[in-house]
Design a protein around this ligand. Structure first.
Ligand SMILES: Nc1nc(=O)c2c([nH]1)NC[C@@H]1CN(c3ccc(C(=O)N[C@@H](CCC(=O)O)C(=O)O)cc3)C=[N+]21
Length: 293
């Protein structure tokens, strides 16, 4: 069993980006984060994204708003960032307060600054296999992990567990692209899927993005499978300082011995997500320079 090491890979990606930026002239890439409210997980994630940006030489800015901000006010703020030529990427941290419509908010980010890839425009361009599309950072991170470990996907069966906008759906689209690093046969399963384990046992590559701790058990996985665990679930752990720990969607201890390769949580896809955000910001910056010349 090989461990798919997101920590090592993400550091590799970040240092490649840093190197690329080292001899760049003019203002550096800039990503602006929007955080509404003080959800501790959001505070933590945005903070860690800002730290990684600084490491690479990407400028980052943070705009925070109280939960009481109206959607209209938020759209106005996004509008002024869209118009600000010193900002190359905009990321509205999810989840948003329940009085907002996430779809409307995500769609208000200018397509060329939508480094999250959540807007209609970028999802459409992903379906069209447009290389200039911004691909959502988590699916992009999964694909990059598989590519860098030289895991073949062509003609193989990729089973995606979960159909979310942010992970499951774009991941399925990525792996079915006409591309030597994709070309997979993709099955998407979700909460209404019947005989789930019959399907998951047919997977060459299993991507778990359900959001439920220990959902994927050993009987669901055939020997030799490659498992990518996208879950981030909090479970109580009195022996840890915080009183909880983060686990994925896979019962790691039981499943890992059966796998050819498996990504851990933490230390797996989460870190790749952050690295791909930096990649997307760099891409937004490069595309904006191309346009201005
Ligand atoms: N607009 C938007 N874009 C996002 O990309 C987005 C978002 N909203 N909302 C929340 C999710 C979650 N997410 C993660 C980022 C980093 C780790 C990460 O760094 N994980 C580390 C640390 C885990 C830990 O200890 O908590 C690891 O897996 O090793 C995980 C998850 C981005 N998201």
């Amino acid at each position: 069993m090989e461990l798919l090491d997101g920590k090592k890979l993400s550091q590799e990606i970040l240092s490649e980006l840093k190197e690329k930026l080292a001899d760049a002239k003019g203002p550096p890439p800039c990503v602006t984060f929007i955080r509404v409210g003080e959800d501790p997980a959001s505070v933590y994630y945005v903070n860690s994204k800002q730290k990684k940006a600084a490491l690479v030489g990407i400028e980052s800015r943070l705009k925070t708003f109280p939960e009481s901000i109206t959607q209209e006010q938020l759209l106005e703020e996004i509008g002024s960032l869209n118009a600000d030529s010193s900002v190359h990427g905009i990321l509205v941290q999810a989840p948003l307060p329940s009085h907002m419509d996430e779809r409307t908010v995500f769609n208000s980010v200018a397509p060329e600054k939508d480094v999250d890839g959540f807007s209609t425009n970028n999802l459409g361009r992903l379906v069209q296999e447009d290389p200039e599309a911004f691909v959502a950072c988590t699916p992009a991170g999964i694909a990059e992990m598989i590519r860098r470990y030289k895991i073949k996907t062509e003609g193989r069966h990729v089973v995606v567990l979960g159909r979310s906008l942010i992970v499951g759906k774009p991941a399925a689209l990525l792996f079915m692209r006409k591309d030597p690093f994709a070309n997979a046969t993709v099955t998407v399963c979700h909460s209404r899927t019947r005989n789930l384990s019959n399907i998951t046992r047919q997977a060459d590559i299993l991507i778990a993005a359900i959001g439920q701790a220990n959902f994927v058990t050993a009987d669901m996985v055939s020997p030799g499978t490659i498992v990518v665990d996208v879950g981030i679930n909090r479970v109580d752990d009195p022996s840890s300082k915080k009183g909880y720990r983060i686990v994925g969607d896979v019962d790691f201890d039981a499943v890992a011995p059966k796998c050819d390769a498996i990504s851990p949580v933490p230390g797996g896809v989460g870190l790749m997500t952050v690295a791909m955000l930096m990649h997307n910001t760099m891409k937004a910056w490069e595309l904006s320079q191309k346009k201005n010349h």
